[in-house]
Design a protein around this ligand. Structure first.
Ligand code: FAD
Ligand code: NAP
Length: 325
């Protein structure tokens, strides 16, 4: 708290929502319609993870493969229409031992009687020493943001989930050649994505290295020039692949570090009451609710995040009603 310069004027609302992904925006729409006049704090990544995807094929009712950015912009418009005040700020620390709860952004302190945490998840990295150095110099966790920089170049993608395969399909329209490096023998992506990628593999646009991991990222001062991969099955197998871009698509970790030791969690995921007796999204602290990828290490979809955002707004609204009584 001491590290942040805080405005003397505190911004108060009975309900504050943290996050502008599908969970936060849906909570905003429901809380706005319940006339709670909530604040929504977007965080550094306005729109959340979905803005990193070109086509969304599984958002119900949206049959024309809307882009993630467009869908999230439309959600934001709907939030604004429902009397939600949006702040482009990021919460760096919280004090949950006081009432109202206190949250500190870059320059502002926010206070609320109820809080919905919908801070989602962020891309995981490999943890190789060279990876940090080459971030922005060829290493990226966002194909849609950085893919166009690699027009007609060779790139590699590491990972075997939906993100890795979607990245491969997106990049195949831009780059010359793709190498997918996956540590397992099977993908854990949707079958439709696997079959589209297999088609590209058959057409030699993509080369696939299964049971392989990246040992080293190679490069000069300014750019990466290649990777060294090894096999988990064959200790003799070593290969150097020349590439100019490396896309890391190995999953996401929940953005919950600011709540460490303040709210009950399991492996970084916030524990909510759940079950089928209502108050599903209640955390261990009365008045604090959580929704979306921060509570979910299994489904992690836009629709499941939106649905728990809706539940959190209803739970928060009932909590505030009780508080007034
Ligand atoms: P997020 O979307 O992660 O949003 C979190 C929000 O919290 C962000 O706005 C961030 O700025 C904010 N935040 C974080 N920390 C703070 C803080 N300290 N203070 C304030 N705000 C904070 N799912 C599908 O169903 N269909 C798809 O086609 C699909 N494609 C995907 C493609 C990619 C490349 C990726 C990465 C994911 C995809 N997913 C898809 C999964 C889907 O995006 C997530 O499940 C969903 O976005 C999670 O929503 P959320 O609201 O919980 O969190
Ligand atoms: P994910 O499903 O968790 O997959 C991560 C992949 O990376 C797995 O194949 C995993 O290997 C691999 N991996 C994990 N850690 C690794 C490491 N340290 N080194 C090398 N490889 C590693 O993550 P995701 O693909 O980002 O998807 C996240 C969520 O978003 C999922 O729920 C997904 O369904 C959703 N999503 C949906 C869509 C869509 O609906 N079209 C698109 C994108 C994402 P193993 O298989 O060996 O574990």
């Amino acid at each position: 708290m001491k590290n942040f310069k805080i405005d003397k004027k505190i911004k108060y609302s009975q309900l504050i929502i943290l996050g502008s992904g599908p969970a936060g925006y849906t909570a905003g729409i429901y809380a706005g319609r319940a006339n709670l006049k909530p604040f929504l704090i977007t965080g550094n990544d306005c729109g959340g993870q979905l803005i990193k995807t070109e086509h969304i094929e599984n958002w119900p009712g949206e049959i024309n493969n809307i882009s993630g950015l467009k869908l999230m912009n439309r959600m934001q418009e709907q939030v604004k229409k429902n009397n939600v005040k949006i702040f482009n700020d990021h919460i760096n620390t919280v004090n949950l031992n006081v009432k109202p709860f206190s949250m500190f952004g870059y320059n502002t302190e926010y206070q609320s009687d109820a809080l919905i945490i919908a801070t989602g998840a962020s891309a995981r990295y490999l943890g190789l020493p060279s990876e940090e150095y080459y971030k922005g110099k060829g290493v990226s966790a966002c194909a849609i943001c950085d893919g166009p920089f690699f027009k007609n170049k060779k790139v590699a993608i590491v990972g075997g989930g939906n993100t890795a395969l979607e990245d491969a399909l997106f990049l195949s329209k831009i780059v010359k050649k793709i190498y997918i490096i996956h540590r397992n023998k099977k993908f854990r992506a949707e079958k439709i994505l696997i079959s589209r990628v297999m088609k590209q593999i058959n057409e030699k646009k993509i080369d696939l290295y299964l049971n392989c991991t990246i040992k080293e990222i190679l490069g000069n001062e300014n750019n990466i020039t290649g990777i060294k991969i090894i096999s988990k099955k064959d200790i003799k197998f070593k290969k150097k692949i020349n590439i100019e871009g490396l896309f890391i698509a190995i999953g996401h970790d929940p953005n919950t570090h600011i709540f460490n030791k303040k709210i009950k969690m399991n492996n970084g995921y916030i524990i909510v009451k759940s079950g089928n007796h209502g108050n599903f999204t209640q955390t261990n602290i009365p008045g604090i609710f959580a929704a979306g990828d921060v509570i979910d290490h299994v489904y992690k979809q836009a629709i499941t995040s939106a649905s728990s955002g809706c539940m959190a707004a209803i739970d928060a609204s009932r909590y505030l009603e009780q508080l007034q009584k």
